[in-house]
Structure formats: C-alpha cells, structure tokens
Design a protein around this ligand. Structure first.
Ligand SMILES: C[S@@+](CC[C@H](N)C(=O)[O-])C[C@H]1O[C@@H](n2cnc3c(N)ncnc32)[C@H](O)[C@@H]1O
Length: 252
C-alpha cells in the first residue's frame, strides 16, 4: 500500500516514527516498540526514505524524511513550520522564480502540476525533476554557456531570501513562546524587526560596501544578522546577544 493516506500513515506519524528512531539510538538498550507502532510502520512502505532538494548555488542539499511532517494548514503556509510538503513546493517555486533556466526545464517536465503531499512517489518525482533541472543549470554554469551566464545572479532575490530565513527560523526556534520569557521593562524585552523594515533601512543606507561592518547589539535569534550578510557587501555581519534562549537558538 503506497498511499500513506489510504494506509493510515499520515505526516503526523513522523513524530511517532522519529521517537522510535531516537529510541534506537539510546545506547544499545533493548528496543521496546508497541505492536501498534510496528503495524503502522509496516503499512507505510516508504517510511524513513529521504527526499532531497539540491541547491542552485551548489551548497548543501536539504533532506526530508518520509513521512513528511504535516502542517496545521495555516493561511500563510510558508510560515507553517511543520508543513514540509508545502515547504518543498515553495522552495521549488522560489528557486524557479529566481532562476529562469531551472523554471524552463521543470516546466517542460510538468512535475509541479503532479504535486501531491500524500504520495511519496509524487513528492519524489517532483524532487527528482527539480534536482535534474538544478544539475543541468549548474553544469551550464560550469561550461560557461552564454544563456546561463546572462541569467546568473550571485545573490538570491529578496522573496527567496525571506523564504530561506523563515525556514532557518522555523528550524532553529523550536518554541517561539520561550523567547517571551523575560522580565518586563528590562533591556531583555524581546521583539523582532521585520524582514521588510530591515530592507527599507538597507535601502536608505545603500550602498553598503566591503568597508562597512554590521553589528546588531542585542541580536536576538540573529535573523537580522543573516539578512544583512545576505543582502549587502559588508565585510562582516555580527550579532551580540546576552539572553541565553535567543542566543542559543541559532546553534540548535
Ligand atoms: C528587541 S530584541 C531585538 C532582536 C533583533 N535585533 C531584531 O531586531 O529582531 C533586543 C534584544 O537585545 C538583547 N539585549 C539587550 N541589552 C543587551 C546587551 N547589553 N547586550 C547584548 N544583548 C542585549 C535582549 O536580550 C533582546 O534579545
């Protein structure tokens, strides 16, 4: 039975399965798994398989384990930290928007149209088609063919960067509520400057060159530091944070 929805295996089971996987890691202790879990795992033939998304800049790939985590269906799905299928689709779309060569190859293939978050085969074929388009794009970059060079952008666009930073935030800030545990009316009061406001400030300061250094004194979880590093030519982008919870988030 390949369809997880029909087999009773949903994205929410990934929590269950990852608990089993982490049990397995616990110092060789005998593993005790209930019959219910064994039954569920047996009915999901693709459990534990990986889906990979390559980087258009040749950086490390993103990998996702099946079954994908299922979101809460929030209206702004890109901000739904659990919805990995939506995350894959949005990443593919944003990369296509930034790289017309990738878009063209993928469009011919029709892979996006077959998107189905409940089917491993559908998600796998989307990722495979996307990765092939990325490989083709990267090899045309290497060969220096005119079209790829014309389209080459050393920096991603702001919408793609916002998407990337949102994903980083979702993965590193596991519980945003913990950031609100501070004493009122102290310097540790927490808040976050929006992506858009930082863009406006950078536009006013433009151009920021290699002679400039950026320091965010009171950097929280560091999202501004990353944004400035990604959008400007500053020599260094640096954050200093004294509160333990936000300071530790980027390490997780
Ligand atoms: C309002 S948050 C801003 C976070 C981030 N800069 C932003 O704009 O999204 C202010 C942060 O400054 C930190 N902070 C306050 N005084 C500080 C100090 N003297 N040294 C380092 N961090 C400080 C607080 O702990 C808090 O996390």
């Amino acid at each position: 039975m390949d369809d997880p929805a029909k087999s009773g295996c949903t994205g929410n089971d990934s929590t269950l399965f990852s608990r089993v996987a982490s049990q397995q890691k616990q110092g060789g202790k005998p593993l005790r798994i209930s019959k219910k879990i064994v039954g569920k795992m047996a009915s999901c033939p693709h459990v534990g398989k990986s889906l990979e998304l390559k980087s258009p800049l040749g950086a490390e790939s993103m990998t996702y384990k099946w079954p994908l985590k299922k979101g809460k269906g929030s209206v702004r799905r890109s901000e739904d930290k659990e919805d990995e299928a939506a995350e894959i689709l949005e990443t593919v779309r944003w990369v296509c928007a930034d790289h017309p060569d990738v878009d063209e190859t993928l469009d011919k293939n029709g892979a996006i149209g077959k998107y189905d978050p409940t089917s491993f085969e559908a998600m796998e074929s989307l990722c495979v088609a996307y990765n092939k388009a990325i490989d083709k794009y990267l090899s045309s970059q290497k060969k220096g063919t005119a079209k790829a060079n014309d389209n080459f952008k050393p920096r991603c666009t702001r919408p793609l960067l916002k998407h990337i930073l949102q994903k980083c935030y979702n993965k590193s800030v596991t519980d945003p509520n913990l950031l609100n545990h501070y004493e009122a009316f102290t310097p540790e009061v927490y808040g976050e400057t929006s992506f858009e406001l930082i863009c406006q400030i950078l536009d006013k300061l433009h151009p920021i060159s290699g002679d400039n250094k950026f320091v965010d004194l009171g950097s929280g979880v560091g999202q501004v530091v990353l944004q400035v590093a990604a959008l400007t030519d500053c020599e260094v982008s640096f954050g200093i944070e004294k509160a333990t919870t936000p300071a530790n988030s980027p390490r997780s």
